[in-house]
Write a protein that binds this ligand. Sequence first.
Ligand code: PLP
Length: 419
Amino acid sequence: MDHFAYHDGVLHAESVPLPRLADAVGTPVYVYSRATLTRHARVFRDALSVLPAVRIAFAVKSNPNLAVLKVLAAEGYGADVVSVGELERALAAGMAPDGIVFSGVGKTHAEMARALDAGIGQFNLESAEEGLELAEIARAKGRTAHCALRVNPDVDAGTHGKISTGKAENKFGVPYDRAAAIYARLAGQPGLMMRGLALHIGSQLARLDPLEAAFTKVGALMQDIRAAGHCVTHMDLGGGVGVPYKAGDVFPQPAEYAAMVARVTAGWNVVLMFEPGRVITGNTGVLLTRVIRVKEGAGAPWVVVDAAMNDLARPAMYDAWHDFAAVAPDGDRMTANIVGPICESSDTFAMARDIDTVARGDLAVFRTAGAYGATMASTYNSRAMVPEVMVDGDRWAVVADRIASATILAAERVPDFLL
Ligand SMILES: *Cc1c(COP(=O)(O)O)cnc(C)c1O
């Protein structure tokens, strides 16, 4: 459920008509609904309230906008960060350091040192090597790093290959059959406090059974590690719950997810940690765009919009589907290909799609663009960096400026040796 709806034939974000935002800010622009964000944060949190002890760390990479993080901090969310840049954002948004989890396969020495100084709650270690390096840094600082070991459960998440992370051939975590030995080794390191296991098998999961299989496997591993005399107090079950991108698609509801988790983790006696991203932010945003022109094609006509793959990379990267809708539809339909202006054939949002009829100058949106949208934007083809707006009832604000290509050009230098 979201708060993007038609009133008097015009698509609104909450109480703000989208043409007003297009006039004021220009296009393309991401538009977020605060009410939708809050609603999703609460539905997910409330669903998990059937579990005994829960911590939720929002996956910042799905939408790192400062205003978005502020809303989630106020809802009691911590943060799952994968770089020092994301760590600084989470802190800037007022998230408690204790609620911050640091994930990622390539944490640098400097990043780990900064995170220790900030007093973050947990490092999710992805290798023995990383754990040993962190132990050294912690000892030098006279600190203790609280850690979970990320396990690769070798489960097929059944999602797109580029967002699968829990198969043995993926770079993430330590191999399942070596995890107990690595845990024991790291637990003996001064400077580290091993407190649990972590996993994250992929994103945009359409079914719960791969998650259930993975949780069951790490549950068994947890029992082995305890039987060997080690302490396990926290289990981080990652993120990955998918959202429907196509009207009519059915995805697992947070309540079904929570019921499955409750069943699998009964008797674990741990704090359960979660790292949701897309399920919180996906529906929270749309990408508002204007049709530059409609060009005749060999087959269906080409609708050329002013948003492109640099603004919304998911279709080019993952063959992802985003519903497309006119802001002021006239009721007619057409079959068209939707593309951006970038000089790449992968700059294609849809082929032979049945859409609202649009013409030059019309406004339209790509829906469900709140997750992995603006955060993946680039300035490819020397385009501007796409701006972001947040709507709250009848109020709105620019929460990320459009960065003009002239500003980016001004940061470049011609060296003396070329003069
Ligand atoms: C990306 C990521 C997430 C969030 O995934 P979603 O599919 O957006 O829920 C959680 N944890 C880790 C370690 C990640 O890399």
